[in-house]
Design a protein. Structure first.
Length: 127
């Protein structure tokens, strides 16, 4: 968590909202039969919010919390996608036992008073 003495109240609130959204997304995915392998996996290239496994699939998942599910969907930018793809390559290098699994880049959208929305294959590594 950012230091409260140096971080603005807005940054602290955003950090807490992100943690809450990631917790909700992880619980939702577990209920769908996924096993969470990593949370907030950080690399020099970027961060992956969640890495999850279901059977022979590894999903790299970006979690977005916004006022509406539509706003959340539009919040995954091309620049972010590239950073997530680069971070996923770093994760795979650190976990070679998963190299032969199917890979997918998903998003879980979180909004107040809505169930999470899981977008399968929200983007791909060819971008």
């Amino acid at each position: 968590m950012p230091k409260t003495d140096s971080a603005s109240p807005q940054r602290v609130a955003a950090f807490r909202t992100g943690l809450s959204a990631e917790t909700r997304a992880a619980a939702y995915l577990i209920a769908k039969g996924y096993r969470i392998l990593a949370k907030r996996f950080r690399t020099p290239y970027g961060e992956i919010d969640l890495v999850a496994r279901r059977r022979n699939l590894i999903a790299f998942i970006e979690v977005k919390a916004r006022a509406s599910l539509d706003d959340a969907a539009y919040a995954v930018t091309l620049r972010q996608q590239r950073r997530i793809i680069d971070a996923a390559q770093a994760w795979l290098m650190a976990h070679p036992e998963h190299a032969e699994f199917d890979l997918r880049f998903d998003a879980v959208l979180i909004a107040p008073r809505s169930l999470p929305r899981h977008l399968l294959a929200a983007f791909d590594a060819s971008r």
